[in-house]
Design a protein around this ligand. Structure first.
Ligand SMILES: Nc1ncnc2c1ncn2[C@@H]1O[C@H](COP(=O)(O)OP(=O)(O)OP(=O)(O)O)[C@@H](O)[C@H]1O
Ligand SMILES: [Mg+2]
Length: 223
């Protein structure tokens, strides 16, 4: 489902953030990406989502070699991978349902079909009844769930989320992870970067840890 072969990543002329990274994620896995601040967790997720190119090496996602993909093939990746970034990038000039509709409009889906799909996505993350609210009127946890709805509305095979429980209380954080687990249970390959080891230990089946340029791949979550 995801394969990195000898992947290096540096920004500009700076040192390597990631150096000779090799791993493979099978369909349906739930993977925890851990490591201290600045280690490269967000960078790793961005490489999978095609938001950054590797400096060297190959990245395969869903059967396609994406590091060689020309720009016009990017829409493919947008459908295959649902991305929830560290700052959620919700649009505050429109209501919740229109935020979720946006990727469908970009994909060129017919309006009525899109509306039905968007409502279903909102329902799946437990936000039914809040369609008309502006994200600014929603709590942090609700905004995070809205970002998840937007990421899954195109039915991606892979879901990547960067710190989706940051700034949330324990109860809201747990609810967010339950949402991810529900998608994972129906086969969506899930990768989550987080600092919350205790929480992730309850959900993730595997940990990719980046630390001081080194990379550790282990079953379960670190103790
Ligand atoms: N667009 C960019 N241009 C230049 N340097 C960058 C860029 N994005 C990230 N970096 C650098 O790459 C390193 C890794 O950043 P990254 O965001 O991947 O870390 P992280 O593990 O996600 O950290 P955090 O836990 O704080 O989110 C940092 O030193 C950061 O300053
Ligand atoms: Mg980060």
């Amino acid at each position: 489902m995801i394969e990195f072969q000898h992947v290096f990543k540096s920004y500009g002329r700076s040192r390597n953030i990631l150096a000779d990274i090799n791993f493979r994620v099978e369909p349906g896995e739930f993977v925890f990406v851990s490591g201290p601040s600045g280690a490269g967790k967000s960078t790793l997720l961005k490489l999978i989502g095609g938001l950054e190119p590797p400096s060297r090496g190959s990245v395969h996602v869903n059967g396609h070699r994406i590091d060689k993909m020309p720009g016009r093939a990017r829409p493919y990746l947008r459908r295959a991978v649902g991305v929830i970034l560290q700052d959620m990038h919700l649009l505050y000039d429109r209501n919740a349902i229109d935020n979720v509709l946006l990727p469908l409009a970009v994909a060129g889906l017919e309006r009525r079909v899109a509306a039905t799909r968007a409502r279903a996505a909102i329902e799946k993350v437990g936000l039914s009844g809040k369609e008309d609210l502006n994200p600014i009127e929603m709590s942090g946890g609700e905004q995070q769930r809205l970002a998840i709805a937007r990421a899954i509305v195109n039915r991606p095979a892979i879901l990547i989320a960067d710190e989706p429980t940051a700034n949330l209380d324990e109860e809201s954080a747990r609810k967010i992870l339950e949402v991810f687990r529900d998608f994972n249970r129906v086969g969506v390959t899930t990768l989550i970067a987080s600092h919350d080891r205790a929480l992730m230990a309850r959900y993730a089946g595997r940990t990719l840890r980046i630390e001081a340029g080194r990379f550790f791949d282990s079953a379960g979550a670190p103790a």
